[in-house]
Write a protein that binds this ligand. Structure first.
Ligand SMILES: Nc1nc2c(ncn2[C@@H]2O[C@H](COP(=O)(O)OP(=O)(O)OP(=O)(O)O)[C@@H](O)[C@H]2O)c(=O)[nH]1
Ligand SMILES: [Mg+2]
Length: 468
């Protein structure tokens, strides 16, 4: 756990306490401060800012959400339970499409709910937004989980809609949503379809058995968001009568009361808490991506230094790999790397780091192993050249020397590569070799280099660069 995470957790706990103490304005203020600190504390390079633009935008939007106290109320549940109908009834308008066929709603969409929040201290100045979602059985298993997580992540209050006794999938989905620690109201909709006795039995069963451990009894509410129309006989002015269909008014008031009750109590504090929860997730994402971006930059840097070292060796008639010139390249590489990781090392420290790693490499006999690996590759490439040049002695000698120079150069480049990766690991771990020590680290880098055929790639790249 990083220091940042600990800070965030402490803040969340503090906010929890304040929610209980009902001091919503203070909670919002604190969430705002923490969000600003989170954004400022990221310390991103321009390159990272570009790569993380999307996450940063989301983080800034959260500040806006706090400023405006936007409260999101999301409907969730299986197809055709009446999710869209319930939201329409709440808003008092047909803002979402309703349909008898399963899967009418296919994407998540939001609408403003112009509900007066006057005189409600926990809601003053708040904007209410209702969010419609597709039925959970409309989307595939894995996508469903993503959807659930997404809904749960953004919503401040969840309306879980059912229209009869609950199925196993519904109970499982509800349990999953519960993990997000958001308030949930369980809505038993379409009650007009049941005779009173059946309806009361189902209601009791849901409340007392199905969701006993997931939802408080007072948060289970019955509605009839869009009752079926019934036939009425209308008397016309001319004395005749006609049969017409009429839809009864929805029964939605109990749900509205319950929603406003929950929001009254914890609306603002909820928004503050949720903002921080989302910010925490985003922060973790950004930090992980930042590590990735830095890692890629470090790899590019190491590769370029390895090439520089290889070129220096190839252009010098005397092998310089283990001599002062070569050492300078490696030390320079590590100093540059350390700046990238924000832990600038002195040349002296970098030099002793190079020595330590060379010792570890030497102790494993790895330098000579790398040499042998290269030599065997060299022989086959020389054989290839003989065929290619038709066995002519003169070009072979010229090419042969070049190839041998390349072999030494590749050894030099490989050594720099290993030293660079070693230093990278050391820096990434906060200037520590870790519990298993320097040798294990170097050994692992070599194993990975071999698996990735790094030596071949280094040599190919060197060959290309030396030609031009
Ligand atoms: N009788 C009755 N029918 C309802 C009620 N609420 C919704 N319906 C009907 O149920 C059907 C589905 O309603 P929707 O609101 O589209 O349901 P949904 O959950 O949004 O469905 P999907 O978007 O397909 O997942 C429609 O035919 C509605 O008229 C209700 O309270 N009583
Ligand atoms: Mg719908």
């Amino acid at each position: 756990m990083t220091g940042d995470d600990e800070e965030l957790n402490a803040l969340l706990e503090e906010l929890d306490r304040q929610t209980a103490a009902a001091d919503p304005d203070r909670a919002v203020e604190q969430a705002r401060e923490s969000l600003e600190e989170t954004i400022a504390g990221l310390r991103l390079t321009p390159e990272e800012e570009t790569a993380l633009a999307d996450e940063l935008r989301q983080l800034r939007e959260l500040t806006q959400k706090l400023d405006e106290t936007t409260i999101e109320i999301a409907a969730f549940g299986m197809v055709s339970r009446g999710k869209s109908s319930v939201l329409n009834a709440l808003v008092g308008q047909e803002v979402f499409t309703v349909g008898a066929t399963h899967g009418t709603t296919v994407i998540r969409s939001a609408q403003r709910w112009e509900q007066s929040t006057l005189g409600r201290p926990g809601l003053e100045g708040a904007r209410l937004v209702v969010v419609d979602t597709p039925g959970i059985d409309e989307v595939g298993g894995e996508a469903r989980e993503v959807l659930a997580r997404d809904v749960a992540r953004h919503a401040d209050l969840i309306l879980f809609i059912v229209s009869g006794d609950m199925q196993r999938v519904e109970i499982e989905a509800l349990a999953q949503l519960r993990e997000a620690q958001k308030p949930i109201i369980l809505v038993f909709n379409q009650i007009d379809r049941y005779p009173e006795l059946d309806r009361d039995q189902i209601y009791a069963k849901i409340k007392d058995e199905r969701v006993r451990n997931l939802v408080r009894p007072e948060d289970v509410v019955m509605t009839a968001a869009r009752p079926d129309p019934f036939r009425v006989k209308v008397q016309l002015p001319d004395g005749t009568s006609q049969i017409q269909w009429e839809r009864p008014a929805p029964l939605i008031e109990p749900l509205k009361v319950r929603i406003l009750d929950v929001l009254d109590r914890e609306g603002k504090a909820l928004v503050a808490l949720n903002t921080l929860l989302i910010a925490g997730d985003l922060h973790a994402e950004i930090v992980a991506r930042k590590v990735q971006i830095r890692d890629q930059a470090a790899n590019r840097l190491i590769w370029n230094f390895a090439m520089a070292k290889g070129a220096a060796v190839a252009l010098n008639p005397v092998p310089v790999a283990d001599m002062a010139g070569g050492l300078a390249v490696d030390v320079g590489m590590i100093v540059t790397l350390s700046k990238l990781y924000g832990i600038p090392l002195t040349r002296r420290t970098a030099t002793s780091l190079v020595r330590d790693m060379m010792l570890a490499l030497g102790a494993m006999g790895v330098v000579s192993v790398a040499g042998r690996l290269l030599a065997s590759g060299l022989k086959s490439s020389l054989a290839g050249l003989t065929v290619a040049t038709g066995g002519l002695a003169a070009p072979l000698t010229v090419l042969g020397y070049g190839a041998i120079g390349l072999g030494q150069a590749a050894t030099g480049a490989t050594t720099s590569y290993v030293l660079g990766q070693g230093a990278k690991t050391y820096l990434r771990q906060g200037c520590q070799w870790g519990p298993r020590g320097i040798k294990t680290v170097i050994q692992q880098i070599l194993a990975e280099a071999k698996a990735d055929s790094v030596i071949d790639r280094l040599r190919d790249d060197l060959k290309k660069r030396l030609k031009t």
